[in-house]
Design a protein around this ligand. Structure first.
Ligand SMILES: [Zn+2]
Length: 137
């Protein structure tokens, strides 16, 4: 079973609670009324679909219902991390960690901000795998 960390619920949940919602960090070009049809079609329908690390939108449909982004390896299906929608696309370090240019760590009162990125915790579990406790982390 694949476990996915929701950055708003602050916990890992089974993949059946989530829905993949396409590629993340897509932006409609400015002045789209003057852009030719081919460029608009490429923006709407053409996706990178590459091997390696991809950035996707996910929705916790059977949980909080919120959208978030995830970095996932398209070949191994391993999640590198999840983070709130609206954060800028992170870089991927040589060690496979997500590096954010700017991430607020706490709110003014010192409480965690919903959607704070969590890196390297989501993992894929096959039936029969031992589940490791995260106590003390
Ligand atoms: Zn959630």
């Amino acid at each position: 079973m694949l476990l996915i960390h929701c950055p708003y619920c602050f916990e890992e949940r089974p993949e059946i609670e989530f829905r993949q919602s396409g590629e993340a960090h897509l932006a409609r070009p400015e002045g789209s009324a003057e852009i030719d049809d081919r460029t608009i079609a490429e923006m709407l329908y053409f996706r990178s679909n590459g091997r390696g690390v991809i950035f996707e939108r996910w929705r916790h449909v059977h949980g909080c219902g919120r959208f978030f982004n995830a970095a996932r390896h398209a070949v191994t299906d391993a999640f590198l991390g999840t983070y709130a929608a609206g954060l800028a696309k992170p870089e991927v370090s040589a060690e496979g960690l997500l590096v954010f240019a700017e991430v607020p760590s706490t709110a003014a009162g010192g409480e965690p901000i919903p959607g704070k990125p969590r890196l390297g915790k989501s993992r894929s579990l096959m039936s029969g795998d031992a589940v490791q406790s995260e106590a003390g982390q």
